[in-house]
Design a protein around this ligand. Sequence first.
Ligand code: FES
Ligand code: FES
Length: 167
Amino acid sequence: MAFKLIVNGRTSSVDVPAGMPLLWVLRDVLNLRGTKYGCGIGECGACTVHVRGKAVRSCQTPVSSAADAQITTIEGLSADGTHPVQLAWQDVDVPQCGYCQAGQMMSAAALLAKTANPSDQDIETAMNGNICRCGTYVRIRQAIHKAAGLATPTQQTQSAQNGSRKE
Ligand code: FES
Ligand code: FES
C-alpha cells in the first residue's frame, strides 16, 4: 500500500504494509539510518523521531499513522548541525558509545519546543523513557539546560514543526 511521508521536509511515496513500523520505513526504505533500533517494544527511546512535532517511538508507530504528517528525524533536526541541542551536545561532550543519542536528542528537542526553559523535573519527566546504557544522564541534563540558553524561540519552534530541512 502506498503512503505519502513528509520526512525532513521532503515528500516520498512508500509502498509498504500499513502496519510496518515507521522505524523500518525510515531506515530500510528511506535509508535514514540515524534513527536507531534498540528494544523494538517502546521501552528504550533509541528510535525516537518527531511526528507532528511530538516525540514518538518509531518502533511502535505504524507507518499508516504517520502518513501525510510532518516527520523529523535526527538527520533533519537542522540543515547544518546548528540546532541548539546539537551545539549543546557537542559543547558538553555528551555521548559515549553514541547509540542512544539520536533518540535522546530528538526527545530533548521536542521538550525544548514545548518548554523553553525546562526545570530538572521537566527534563526528568520528558527524558524518562530514553535509556542510556552508558549512563550519560547527567551530561544530557546539562546539555538540555545549555541548549535552552542557546535557543531562540524560532529555533525551538522549528524543531517541533520540522521547519528545518536536510537536503
Ligand atoms: S527501539 Fe523503539 S523504544 Fe526501543
Ligand atoms: S551513549 Fe552509549 S547508550 Fe547512550
